[in-house]
Each structure stands twice: as structure tokens, then as C-alpha cells.
Design a protein around this ligand. Structure first.
Ligand code: NAP
Length: 240
């Protein structure tokens, strides 16, 4: 990554208030990218907006109007929108027959329905401009399953399928689509687990959010003729 091709571009990040979204926001800011940040918690969003000289819009990503509002804010503030990190997400874990089905459906609304709406809104804009990059936060669980992880994996398989179809549909244009597929990352995602996930999965050194941010930067910094449809990033100990 010698030449900075990102400076002056504008990016929207969903789920920017913690974990991977926050690390990517800081990494893009350091590259001179203008930011629109979103998350539910205004109390967490406001100081971040100050820190990163960004625009912010707090809200539930399941609100069908939020993706368009984020795009409009980006265009109004910066006159352009080049990148969206489609990142807001939650996890529910448990055996399929005993998992709380209402919580699973709520997860599907965030991880699938809202993520599809974000993709729909921004891809239409990128296609009209003939340029832009949709970066979807999938997971290593977007291509693999293990017991107790089927419901969450199902939401990430859905993201992979959408991304692959989109990539083919826009091939030959200036628009790019990428799925980032991290293994275990040390974030707040697993906050409700009774045992820390590193312990439960036997991973002493999970990824840090900054490890994923470096991968996102790598994907976004490629020459115009290069596409990276998928990038899996794993902790060295991840036996999967
Ligand atoms: N951590 C991992 O091991 C891992 C591995 C692979 C993939 N991923 C994926 O990476 C993405 C980011 O997760 P993370 O690990 O960084 O988790 P995190 O630290 O819990 O961050 C999740 C972000 O999503 C936002 N969010 C959640 N529900 C939302 C909603 N309904 N509306 C608006 N914002 C919402 C949260 O903001 P508020 O709290 O302010 O709402 C927060 O900013 C997710 O898609 C996750 O599936 C994570």
C-alpha cells in the first residue's frame, strides 16, 4: 500500500460505535477518508463524531429509512459517497431446536434484512455513478457451520449469496463488492456469552478489531482493475 488512493473519498459505516466498525472508522480517518458514522447509541456516537471529524446519524439499522438517510447525509456533507461498510450485526447462539426463535428472527432482521437494505440503497447509487465499493461484514461462518452456530451462520451465508450475485451483476462497471470473513475478533459481539468466546473456542489470541481494519484497508486500496470478492482473516489458532 504505497500510494494513498483513499484520501478525499467519503465512506458510510454502519455499526461504527464499537468493535470492527470503530476500528475501520479510525483507520479510514487516518487515510484522509471523510466519514458518516452510525450506530444505535447516540451517547457512544457523539464523541466519536467529534474525534473523527465525521458526520453522525444515530438509529436502528432496521429502520427501513436509515440507509437512504445515511447516503443522503454523506452526499449533502461531502458531495460524494465512495464506500459503505455494511457492518452492523449481532449474534445469537444455541442448538437449532432450543435456541430462542424470537431472538433468531430479530438477528435475521439486523444481519440480513437491514444489511440487504443497505446494499440495495448504496449499490443503486454506486451503479448510477459507475464507481463505489460495498464492503459487507460476513464471517468465517459465512462459508462454514458448526453445532450451535447454524442460525448466525445462516445470516452470513445470506450475505455471501447476495454479495456474489451483486458482484457478477456489476462486473465490467467500476463498482466493487467484497465480503470480509473474520474468525473470532475481540469485540462486544459475544457480550451475552456465559464464557468468553476465546475460552469457549480454545483461542487464546483472537483477532483484534485493528487486524480486520487492516484487511479492509487492503481491499479498498487495490488498483481499479482488481476485485477481491472475499477475504478471510483468522486467528492463527482457529481450528475450523
Ligand atoms: N467479533 C467477531 O468475532 C466477528 C467475527 C466475524 C464477523 N463479525 C461481524 O462483524 C460485524 C461487527 O461486529 P463486532 O464484532 O464489531 O461487534 P460489536 O462490537 O458488538 O459491534 C456491533 C456494532 O453494530 C451496531 N449495531 C448492532 N445492532 C444494531 C442495530 N439494530 N442498529 C444499528 N446498529 C446496530 C452496534 O452499535 P450500537 O450498540 O450503538 O447499536 C455496534 O456499533 C458484525 O456484522 C459481526 O457479525 C464479527
Amino acid at each position: 500500500m504505497s500510494e494513498n488512493t483513499l484520501s478525499g473519498k467519503a465512506a458510510v459505516i454502519t455499526g461504527a460505535t464499537s468493535g470492527i466498525g470503530l476500528a475501520v472508522a479510525r483507520a479510514l480517518h487516518a487515510q484522509g477518508v471523510h466519514l458518516v458514522l452510525s450506530g444505535r447509541s447516540a451517547a457512544r456516537l457523539d464523541p466519536l463524531v467529534q474525534e473523527l471529524e465525521a458526520a453522525g446519524l444515530a438509529g436502528d439499522i432496521c429502520d427501513p429509512g436509515l440507509p437512504a438517510a445515511l447516503l443522503e447525509l454523506c452526499l449533502a456533507r461531502y458531495g460524494r459517497c465512495d464506500i459503505v461498510l455494511n457492518n452492523a450485526g449481532i449474534i445469537e447462539n444455541g442448538p437449532i431446536q432450543t435456541i430462542d426463535i424470537d431472538k433468531v428472527c430479530a438477528m435475521v432482521r439486523v444481519n440480513v434484512e437491514a444489511a440487504y437494505r443497505v446494499a440495495y440503497t448504496f449499490m443503486r447509487h454506486f451503479t448510477a455513478c459507475g464507481a463505489g465499493h460495498l464492503v459487507n461484514l460476513s464471517s468465517v461462518m459465512g462459508t462454514k457451520v458448526r453445532p450451535t452456530n447454524g442460525a448466525y451462520a445462516g445470516t452470513k451465508y445470506a450475505i455471501e449469496a447476495l454479495s456474489e450475485a451483486l458482484r457478477i451483476e456489476v462486473a465490467g462497471t467500476g463498482v466493487s463488492v467484497t465480503c470480509i470473513e473474520p474468525g473470532l475478533v475481540r469485540t462486544e459481539l459475544h457480550r451475552s456469552w456465559p464464557v468468553p468466546p476465546g475460552e469457549a473456542l480454545g483461542i487464546a489470541a483472537p483477532l483484534e478489531p485493528e487486524d480486520v481494519a487492516r484487511a479492509v484497508l487492503f481491499v479498498l486500496s487495490q488498483p481499479a482493475h482488481v476485485r477481491i470478492p472475499r477475504l478471510m482473516v483468522l486467528p492463527g489458532e482457529h481450528q475450523i
